[in-house]
Design a binder for this molecule. Structure first.
Ligand SMILES: Nc1ncnc2c1ncn2[C@@H]1O[C@H](COP(=O)(O)OP(=O)(O)OP(=O)(O)O)[C@@H](O)[C@H]1O
Length: 545
């Protein structure tokens, strides 16, 4: 390999690592793990051509029909000279393109994660080939029928129109080895991410929004009503209401869904708007890259020109000094210029350790809304809603009941379990019934079951607060015992399928109203008391692990 070739290979490998990281972020873990992770970068002898490969024709066709444009767009963003991106099917015959000692990497100080990404990409492709079977298909949703309920809010505007051209010039070609007919998965085609806004917008940046994450696909109940209504109000045109909006919730509870929904609704109402959505990690990555390229001016201008700026997973900027400095000035400018700002994190602003107080104060000045863990009824309703998007899937009510009752860690897992049942039924041709579901979800249900034992919760909580398990069921009312008991009840409600009276009985025969009081109290304290919130967080992590 000549020096020139090895330089090009390194450059393409690094570009692939960035594209891959961006796909992982925007596609979500489920789609990414099942379809995109096995993609391997193949050595190319032309700097203008990127070659990608997948181990099976089935997965290749899916990726081509759903992600070809997106891959092309992402590569061009990173390597403007790229003209073609081909996606091939090939069992591994050529070595993966990895940066080795012989292929000097382009120096990227401060971003060692890129290297890891490259190696992980190569490794996952190797595993996919060894597995010799395509990843499990994902079952996804078709356009929604019924709008989601909304309390005292105006209806959402029509969905965004079809994508327009992404780049001004030069045109991008996506090469395919053979003609591919887009293949629906279980008769329901998965739409590609919306990479652009409805109308032509000269020089306007197109957010990458998942077309499935809309307001009408979001199921609302009291646990997420405030967040939902605030999100809808913020997406309405005119003078922004509820900006900045800070949404917080545990993992997989719908924060990203609401953000994307805001983006769709706002773009539908104001097609020429500049809408930017990115994770805090991406913000940091782009900022560091801009610093390195001595182009912070461009970075600042891009972010500050947003009419709607949405930053996901803010907790990731904790402890990152210069990124926080830039972040503060960015959000300050957005807010002061009367534009829309939405921030999501896994905890409330006050509990964001390692984040500068001026950022916290700025964000707390807007509307802070949380999304609480879904109870059984909401989990069941969400399954119903997801199933409505799968017209070919016949899943009896008792199976939905089972999944809703047994899987409560988060909605992503809930959805994953339903998808798995439907996908396996499709692949085996079997009818879905309780036996089939139990067999298909075996480990997941057993895992969920393990998480839900009240005895485990009592044991862990008492250990954490240095009490005896018996203290939690005793009549003692001192704060040192009462608070941990309330936390244990809260966890029991959140992590188990036990009814309120059942939980009360497990705590020394207490009344169900005592359990309700405990749950409310801890929810309240999690917003105001950092110590309680972090204790609950630690316990949740341990119980869910
Ligand atoms: N209320 C809801 N109605 C319908 N679907 C929901 C609801 N809440 C969450 N979901 C679905 O659950 C999945 C996970 O949601 P999402 O990605 O928004 O979670 P998140 O809170 O951003 O999680 P993380 O913090 O891990 O990024 C998505 O597929 C989303 O559509």
């Amino acid at each position: 390999m000549t020096n020139e070739q090895s330089g090009m290979a390194s450059e393409q490998a690094l570009a692939w690592a960035q594209v891959r990281a961006s796909l992982r972020e925007s596609a979500g873990p489920r789609v990414f793990d099942q379809w995109l992770k096995p993609i391997e970068l193949v050595a190319s002898d032309d700097a203008e051509s990127i070659r990608l490969a997948l181990p099976s024709a089935f997965v290749t066709n899916w990726v081509r029909s759903h992600y070809a444009d997106r891959l092309a767009m992402e590569f061009r963003r990173v390597l403007p000279q790229v003209r073609t991106v081909s996606i091939e099917t090939r069992p591994r015959t050529t070595p993966p393109v990895v940066v080795t000692a012989q292929t000097p990497p382009i120096p990227l100080p401060g971003v060692p994660k890129l290297r890891e990404d490259i190696e992980r990409a190569a490794e996952s492709a190797r595993q996919a080939v060894q597995a010799r079977r395509p990843a499990k298909p994902v079952v996804q949703a078709a356009p929604a029928v019924e709008p989601a309920p909304m309390v005292a809010m105006a209806p959402v505007i029509a969905p965004a129109a079809a994508p327009a051209a992404v780049e001004a010039a030069p045109p991008m070609r996506v090469e395919e080895e053979q003609p591919v007919t887009p293949r629906p998965v279980f008769g329901v085609d998965i739409p590609a991410p919306v990479a652009e806004a409805a109308a032509p917008r000269a020089a306007a940046e197109r957010p990458v929004l998942d077309p499935r994450l809309t307001f009408d696909r979001f199921v609302v109940d009291s646990s997420n009503l405030v967040a939902f209504n605030a999100a809808r109000a913020l997406a309405e045109p005119g003078v922004p209401r509820f900006s900045p909006l800070f949404l917080h919730a545990g993992t997989g509870q719908g924060k990203t869904h609401l953000m994307h929904a805001i983006g769709h609704a706002y773009l539908a109402a104001v097609p020429e708007a500049q809408v930017l959505y990115m994770s805090a990690e991406r913000f940091m990555f782009e900022f560091v890259s801009a610093l390195r390229a001595r182009d912070t001016h461009g970075f600042k201008a891009r972010l500050r020109s947003a009419d709607l700026l949405m930053i996901d997973d803010l907790q990731f900027i904790a402890g990152k000094g210069s990124t926080q400095e830039e972040f503060f000035h960015t959000i300050n400018e957005i807010v002061l210029s009367g534009k829309r700002l939405v921030i999501c994190a896994d905890r409330c602003p006050q509990a964001l350790d390692g984040v500068e107080s001026r950022i916290i104060s700025r964000l707390s000045a807007g509307l802070v809304a949380d999304i609480k863990a879904p109870d059984l009824a909401l989990r069941r309703a969400i399954l119903e809603r997801k199933l409505a998007d799968l017209p070919e899937a016949a899943v009896p009510a008792e199976v939905l009941d089972l999944i809703a009752a047994r899987i409560h860690a988060n909605i992503r897992e809930l959805e994953g379990a339903l998808n798995r049942v439907v996908a396996y039924a499709h692949l085996t041709g079997e009818r879905v019934d309780l036996d089939f579901a139990v067999q298909t979800l075996g480990d997941t249900l057993r895992g969920a079951e393990r998480r839900v034992s009240i005895d485990d919760i009592q044991k862990l909580v008492s250990q954490h607060f240095e009490l005896k398990p018996l203290d939690l069921i005793s009549a003692r009312r001192s704060r040192a015992v009462a608070r941990p008991r309330q936390i244990a009840m809260y966890l029991a409600k959140r992590l188990t399928t036990r009814s309120l009276p059942e939980i009360g009985r497990k705590f020394g025969g207490r009344d169900h109203s005592t359990v309700i009081h405990a749950v409310r109290k801890i929810e309240e304290l999690r917003d105001t008391d950092r110590e309680i919130d972090s204790a609950v967080r630690v316990l949740l992590r341990e119980l869910e692990a």
